[in-house]
Design a protein around this ligand. Sequence first.
Ligand code: NDP
Length: 328
Amino acid sequence: TRTPVNVTVTGAAGQIGYALLFRIASGHLLGADVPVNLRLLEIPQGLKAAEGTAMELDDCAFPLLRDITITDQPSVAFDGANVALLVGARPRTAGMERGDLLSANGGIFGPQGKAINDHAADDIKVLVVGNPANTNALIAQRNAPDVPAERFTAMTRLDHNRAVAQLAKKLGVTVNDIQRLTIWGNHSATQYPDIFQALVNGKNAAEAVNDEAWLADTFIPTVAKRGAAIIEARGASSAASAANAAIDHVYTWVNGTAEGDWTSMGIVSDGSYGVEPGIISSFPVTTKDGEFEIVQGLEISDFSRARIDASVAELVEERDAVQALGLI
Ligand code: NDP
């Protein structure tokens, strides 16, 4: 029998955490034959609710779930962690300045980065979901100097999945017919969902759409503003789809992209495609055996270049801001 994988989830008592934990425990994060231990990190006020969720997890009698730890101590939560999903973050409240938001999150992701550095397993893989995800991931990464930088990633898979779904609807096909879509840049309103390289049943998707106005005025804003549209419709944020995307991100990272396809992940830039090195930006990546590579050699049109540059500029500003605050 396999040794259980230690999976740490922060903000475990939140909305996304509630949608995430049951799927991790039922084998969707890593595979249907991989047992897991869950480590739930919460702030003190969240511990009781996390205990309630743990009771429900017990009541599912999941065959793959071995052990649950609930704690408010990062050193305990990340002890021996193989996979860490950093979901808990300080949300922006009305009237909050960006500097305050970044400082508050620096106070969360800095210590978590240090705890990962000091306590996690050698093969630790980190996914940051809590917003501003890319910059929170950068803060954690810079506070974990002994962990290879590429182990810190930020989630743009929800944007990727949203874009695939919108494109499939537009073309009257299923999501299975779409490949090679890319989200570039920041998980924010400046993100750029790129269909110029995408394929629909093996043919170029942009040519199949053949409507640049739809791309610029409908597709891109629909994907970028989807989170707000869901809050407007549901009266609550998109927790289940965000949790699903977190599952997809890690599953793909560990188990690989399909031959001929790729996915989108926020990762530390190596300067590919002119993206400022060191920032955490979304790229097209292939994955295999738990490692990923940026897809190289794609032709970037002027339409795409301007949008990638704008989103990267926003990430550089966020990096400069957290640097000025002494958070990295
Ligand atoms: P959610 O579980 O709904 O969201 C958690 C984070 O995910 C937020 O930063 C949110 O960003 C982000 N997020 C990313 N993508 C999406 C998406 N598509 N839709 C919605 N959210 C998205 O928040 P809750 O308030 O329900 O729960 C947060 C929990 O975290 C609380 O239980 C709190 O106690 C805990 N917490 C734990 C910490 C820790 O473990 N140290 C630290 C801070 C909080 P956005 O704000 O932009 O919606």
